[in-house]
Design a protein around this ligand. Structure first.
Ligand code: ZN
Ligand code: ZN
Length: 377
């Protein structure tokens, strides 16, 4: 099936946002440097792709690394990306080398070099230490507090990603969601619509879980054909400028059998209560508990098997976390999902998820797709 490309309904200036990111880079690097003494390090090697992109602007970060020293910052990549790196990266120092570990060591002789323990491989660490002639300093989550609080241009990317997601869902629900259509084909059309509307790609493999498959929280689209009476869970997100949207809706196709329609009302009440409570100073733990309390009365709390939500940004799952074990407290500029769901094997389930920006005095819901219970005729 073909559909006409989607017209943008608001001006969106990607070049301006890229310029703002470049202008903000020196302050960001200083904020990173300020964290080094506390970690017992003089320099930092960044290898986790979202962090490489965060610090450099390089859009193929899986093939890049960033070294931050007290007076410089370097992007390392190889000769497949010489032109791309020069065009994209706001780091003036670029090292083009396949064998990059010795080059890193040369630039920080005798220094205490921090590495990302969750990402650098054991073999890479050994090679690096051999060239450095000393042990590296393993760190975890050094950039997490910075990444959690989005700057204005990052919020603009996320807002656009949410808008593209909304637009694609509305279009595909209208044109394709009906009995007889395979989940896979629905997912394909959702991806096409997001890319046509300006997405770089999808935030993750689109989830379309219909009928009994809706009991799987992460039921990636299958060959199952949607049947009349299904409640179809669609979890999707557009990636725009490297920033990931994430949204879930559950939509009835024909007359949905009980108790699913009832469950929907309970999950929606829990979701709306949690969204309403999003504000600076509220803990991730409190929000998670609030949503769970709403499901107790309906006897559904035990079927809400995952945490309430997570931050999104250059990764689809990042800080802060909204869960029973979260240590995070919301601050202005954070962008989080709020996504309670219930899942019962053999019966089905559903989830409702919005992307929410924490503002100075409360919140703004970035996802605009309708949430009221609906059954398509
Ligand atoms: Zn999701
Ligand atoms: Zn999510």
């Amino acid at each position: 099936m073909t559909t006409a490309p989607i017209e943008r309904d608001e001006p969106f200036d990607a070049a301006r946002l890229q310029a703002e990111a470049a202008a903000a880079a020196p302050a960001l690097l200083d904020a990173v440097r300020a964290r080094l003494p506390g970690a017992g390090a003089d320099a930092l090697l960044i290898t986790a792709p979202p962090n490489v992109r965060y610090l450099s602007g390089f859009t193929t970060p899986a093939d890049g690394r960033v070294l931050v020293t007290d007076d410089a910052a370097y992007l390392f990549t190889d000769d497949r990306y010489t032109v791309q790196a020069a065009e994209e990266s706001w780091l003036a120092e670029q090292v083009i080398a396949r064998d990059w570990l010795p080059r890193v060591a040369e630039l920080v002789p005798g220094q205490r070099l921090a590495i990302e323990a969750e990402h650098l491989t054991v073999a890479q660490r050994a090679t690096l230490e051999q060239h450095l002639g000393r042990e590296v300093v393993p760190t975890e989550g050094l950039l997490r507090p910075l990444r959690m609080r989005k700057r204005d241009f990052e919020i603009a990317w996320l807002r656009e990603a949410a808008r593209v997601t909304d637009q694609a869902l509305a279009q595909v629900v209208e044109s394709l969601l009906r009995p007889g259509v395979r989940e896979l084909d629905l997912a394909l059309e959702l991806e096409r619509a997001m890319r046509a509307a300006g997405a770089d790609g999808t935030s993750f493999e689109i989830i379309v879980a219909s009928g009994p498959r809706s009991a799987m929280p992460h039921g990636v689209a299958s060959r199952r054909r949607i049947e009349a009476g299904d409640l179809v869970t669609i979890d999707m997100g557009a990636r725009v400028g490297g920033y990931h949207a994430d949204m879930t809706r559950a939509i009835g196709v024909g007359r949905v059998r009980e108790p699913l329609a009832d469950w929907y009302r309970s999950v929606l009440a829990a979701q709306e209560a949690a969204v309403a409570a999003v504000a600076p100073g509220v803990s991730g733990q409190a929000l998670d508990a609030l949503a769970r309390e709403h499901l107790v009365e309906a006897g559904l709390a035990e079927h809400f098997s995952h945490s309430l939500g997570h931050g999104t940004g250059l990764a689809v799952h990042e800080g802060p976390t909204l869960s029973a074990r979260s240590q995070d407290t919301l601050e202005p500029g954070m962008v989080v999902t709020v996504e309670p769901g219930v899942y019962v094997a053999g019966q089905g389930g559903l989830r409702i998820e919005d992307l929410v920006l924490v503002s100075d005095d409360g919140h703004e819901v970035l996802s605009r797709s309708p949430k009221a219970y609906r059954e398509l005729a």
